[in-house]
Design a protein around this ligand. Structure first.
Ligand SMILES: *Cc1c(COP(=O)(O)O)cnc(C)c1O
Length: 361
């Protein structure tokens, strides 16, 4: 494996200042003292791997990423467990997804062990930044950008930078399990077949901000994306996957058609639910079914899931000419139970039968 040069900061954040930030970290607002960088070029492959002080990158204005958005990112968390050790949740899954993003964006793959080593080095160095408070964690943001200088559009960049930064995080949606109201986006499309919907690339987010703003104008919290062809089949919600709950013992999530992001949380729930006696399936749910099955009482809960917010209940759905409640609009028992079970594994309160926990230090 590539050797990392370790260059610790000579002016880390003073303890009192850090503790103040950790008391109310918000999400993605404050960053730790260090970052990891690794460079790639066509002759040398991956080289110059470093742990170094967190700080600005200097890039030429003609750098490929600024013009053609050749980049992708990842997101996972490190948790302080009740016994004091610091762990990551399924970093192997993020390493694998990172490489599938790299392939789709014509970027170089990073060996999975190097990806995980980079995370381990950063978390170990900045271990004092992993929050103590229940529900809080250290959010890790690996990303890769194209760094070749030049405006030619006929080939991918010949140089790349892989970087990992870390940010202490409170639970993503303030208030924890407060249900969200979602807006059915009928004017905009997030992803089409053959596009980049299954890849965690920034371009998907850039194209979504207008729809997200529309959702807020409609008094909603988040956008629900429908399929590009018929605007009928439910795909996902903002940056999270969706699950539909039928009674006490069955959950269904939209299948991985290539236009939605294969979430690690989604995959974990598909594996965890059956252990709890809840059948978990991939399927296809139309907007019409969502509304009718809520009316008939067959569909009892809907929730969104992702690393940042874990599980967030959907309480109400709004579209151009319709509006309905899911159940009574309050968080349902199946959503809350799955949330508690998953958080239990992440914090070490529950046994990790799946070997999802990766101890760092
Ligand atoms: C990251 C992401 C998710 C959730 O993935 P997790 O691995 O569970 O965090 C879902 N949808 C989109 C669009 C995302 O970017």
């Amino acid at each position: 494996m590539i050797d990392f040069e370790i260059r610790p900061s000579d002016h880390p954040t003073p303890e009192a200042e850090r503790d103040a930030m950790l008391r109310a970290p918000g999400f993605g607002q404050v960053f730790t003292d260090h970052m990891v960088t690794i460079r790639w070029d066509a002759e040398r492959g991956w080289h110059d791997a470093r742990l170094e002080p967190y700080g600005p990158l200097t890039l030429d204005p003609a750098t490929t990423v600024f013009h053609y958005a050749q980049e992708f990112f990842e997101g996972l968390k490190a948790y302080r467990q009740d016994n004091g050790s610091i762990v990551m949740f399924r970093p192997e899954a993020n390493a694998a997804r990172s490489n599938s993003s790299a392939r789709r964006m014509a970027m170089p793959e990073l060996p999975e062990e190097t990806f995980i080593r980079a995370l381990e080095l950063l978390v170990t160095q900045d271990r004092d930044w992993v929050p103590q408070a229940e529900g809080n964690s250290l959010y890790l943001r690996p990303f890769m950008i194209a760094t070749q200088r030049g405006l030619g559009v006929n080939h991918p960049s010949s140089q790349y930078l892989f970087c990992v930064i870390a940010s202490p995080a409170a639970s993503y949606f303030a208030g924890g399990v407060k249900p969200v109201t979602v807006w059915l986006s009928e004017d905009y499309t997030r992803a089409a077949p053959g596009g980049t919907g299954a890849v965690k690339c920034g371009g998907n987010y850039a194209a979504a901000f207008t729809a997200q703003r529309q959702a807020v104008e409609q008094g909603c919290d988040q956008v629900v994306w429908l399929d590009a062809a018929e605007h009928r089949w439910v795909e996902e919600m903002g940056g999270m996957n969706l699950f539909f709950v039928y009674g006490k013992d069955r959950i269904v999530t939209p299948g991985l058609t290539g236009t939605l992001l294969p979430g690690v949380t989604r995959d974990s729930l598909l594996k965890l639910a059956p252990e709890l006696g809840i059948a978990a399936e991939e399927g296809r749910i139309s907007i019409g079914q969502w509304q009718e099955q809520c009316a008939s009482g067959e569909l009892t809960e809907v929730f969104a899931c992702g690393t940042a917010a874990v599980i967030t209940p959907v309480g109400k759905v709004k579209g151009e000419d319709r509006e309905w409640l899911v159940g009574d609009g309050a968080p349902g028992p199946v959503s809350l139970r799955l949330r508690e079970e998953l958080l239990g594994i992440q914090t070490g309160r529950h046994t990790d039968h799946f070997n999802w926990i990766h101890k760092v230090c």
